[in-house]
Design a protein around this ligand. Structure first.
Ligand SMILES: Cc1cc2nc3c(=O)[nH]c(=O)nc-3n(C[C@H](O)[C@H](O)[C@H](O)COP(=O)(O)OP(=O)(O)OC[C@H]3O[C@@H](n4cnc5c(N)ncnc54)[C@H](O)[C@@H]3O)c2cc1C
Length: 494
């Protein structure tokens, strides 16, 4: 028996920050069109609902992590997870987007038919298969596996008498007050968790294999505060947003061009905030250059303050094994612990694990090339959101949504049914899609689509440059093929 399918003009997958932002722009541009968001979980918010560990917060400023179309009016530039979740939910409720969301719908497969000029999308709801068809598939599934983070198997973990937790599955009832806590890791999650847990724990030790660049920023932005007072929150928002974009872009560029200067600036700032005589070079001098991996921001120097106050210590060493009472390190040092938090990172997952096919042929993602960082070669009427790694995710998500709107308008204006990026230039060589040296990226980037050595296939890490290209550049460039249904043998270009 064939499954009855429900048809919508645009089908969005994922109701996180990106999916809600995408729906907002689609709905505003095409009030007469139908769209639906399929969301695997039973609630919206994605990342900002899933992660519940102590102190969970943004590590980029909310004026750029917030949507362009909806000002972030809270006085705090670095916000806690629950406030971000509220912001996403309020955006969905105020725009009526929540009426278009189907919760508990996990998309497993999507197949494009050129003859029908539509996608058939299969999902699972209540353990039952459900089917949708759509003219345009827009995937906003984030970049990691929701089921579980990366959890290396440390020897001897089974004999440890304490509790081991992973930040992605934080036990609601975990009581660590007065306990000895060890946090394994040195990324954004570890540097968030450590000072937050140190407020109640007896002591927190952060065990890292190698150091990360850590930079303190004020939780409240004094210039933003002043602008808000003078102009009011709504008018101040775009100005603050642009100030932050330009500052972040300048820091990133300086880090790439003059890495030693930036290294020395970050080192001196850390020395100023750490106790006198602290071994900064062992614990806070990374082996890589700034922005080879994401720079970790800490609000108001909270991690450094906790170290100064003796509530936190940092150990740079390798874990040899778990013992009954804690951890033994390769140096032979023993770290007693009641609670061990394994902040060892995420597992990347492309497009929420869904299988794509085009006209009966399965799409192998590593054989596709990413077009403008938002579509795939050979995959028609399909877009995805993967945000920046060197700036706020939403900056790119907003641009992608705007571009999808422009593309759909172009299809309408010319009576086209299909648009598909196609790379005919043999001189374009392949590059990794996520050009980032972090362990979690290196572990899985081979399973992702590739980027290319030249535009429009080249990975762009510059919001100002992308803004010009995606908001104002041509949608009918040489790499994009448009065609009508029924498709002729030689799909013609616009
Ligand atoms: C702890 C943490 C902190 C972060 N902090 C920042 C920050 O400060 N700044 C920044 O720029 N970025 C940050 N990021 C990156 C962050 O993920 C993005 O900022 C943003 O939240 C991503 O939004 P999204 O909607 O694209 O993806 P997600 O938030 O991951 O949402 C994706 C949604 O898609 C759903 N989904 C997935 N697969 C399927 C499927 N097959 N079928 C149906 N639904 C599916 C998921 O259930 C989820 O609801 C952080 C990430 C983490 C993990």
């Amino acid at each position: 028996m064939t499954l009855a399918a429900e048809h919508v003009d645009v089908l969005i997958v994922g109701a996180g920050l990106s999916g809600i932002g995408a729906a907002y722009q689609i709905q505003k541009a095409f009030p007469d069109r139908t769209y639906t968001i399929l969301e695997a979980r039973d609630t919206i918010g994605g990342t900002w609902d899933l992660f519940r560990y102590p102190g969970v917060r943004s590590d980029s400023d909310m004026h750029t992590l917030g949507y362009r179309f909806r000002p972030w009016t809270d006085a705090r530039a670095i916000a806690d997870g629950p406030s971000i979740l509220r912001y996403i939910r309020d955006t969905a409720a105020e725009a009526g987007i929540d009426q278009h969301i189907r919760l508990g719908h996990r998309v497993t497969r999507a197949e494009w038919s050129t003859v029908d000029a539509r996608w058939t999308v299969d999902a699972v709801h209540d353990n039952q298969p459900v089917r949708f068809t759509t003219r345009f598939l827009y995937v906003c599934t984030g970049y990691y596996r929701y089921e579980g983070g990366y959890a290396p198997q440390f020897p001897g973990v089974e004999r440890f008498r304490g509790v081991v937790v992973h930040p992605q599955h934080w036990p609601e009832d975990l009581d660590y007050a007065g306990k000895r806590v060890v946090v394994i890791g040195s990324g954004a999650t570890a540097v968030t968790l450590v000072p937050a847990m140190a407020r109640r724990a007896a002591h927190v030790t952060m065990v890292q294999r190698s150091p990360t660049y850590i930079l303190s920023l004020p939780r409240r932005d004094p210039l933003a505060d002043r602008l808000r007072r003078v102009l009011g929150p709504r008018r101040a928002y775009p100005i603050i947003r642009w100030k932050n974009v330009l500052m972040a872009t300048a820091v990133y560029r300086l880090s790439r061009r003059r890495p030693n200067l930036v290294r020395s600036f970050i080192r001196r700032a850390a020395i100023r905030q750490l106790p006198p005589g602290y071994d900064v070079d062992t614990h806070f001098r990374p082996r890589y250059q700034p922005w080879d991996q994401r720079l970790c921001l800490i609000p108001d120097g909270d991690l450094f303050n906790a170290i100064r106050e003796g509530r936190v210590s940092v150990v740079t060493d390798q874990i040899a094994e778990f013992t009954e009472d804690g951890l033994r390190l390769q140096s032979g040092e023993e770290l007693p612990a009641d609670v061990v938090v394994s902040a060892t990172g995420l597992q990347l997952l492309a497009f929420g694990g869904m299988q794509l096919a085009v006209d009966g042929r399965e799409v192998s993602l590593p054989e596709t090339m990413a077009y403008k960082g938002m579509m795939l070669s050979g995959v028609p009427n399909f877009a995805y959101t993967i945000g920046y790694t060197n700036a706020s995710w939403t900056l790119k998500a907003d641009l992608v949504a705007g571009y999808v709107v422009r593309l759909l308008r172009h299809l309408d204006a010319h009576g086209y049914d299909q648009c598909v990026p196609s790379n005919d230039d043999a001189s374009v060589s392949e590059r990794p899609l996520l050009d980032f040296q972090a362990g979690y990226v290196l572990r899985s980037v081979a399973e992702f689509p590739r980027a290319g050595s030249r535009p429009p296939w080249q990975l762009s890490m510059s919001y100002p440059r992308d803004l010009v290209k995606l908001r104002y550049g041509r949608v009918d460039d040489d790499a994009m093929r448009f065609s009508r249904q029924p498709v002729t043998a030689n799909a013609h270009q616009s």
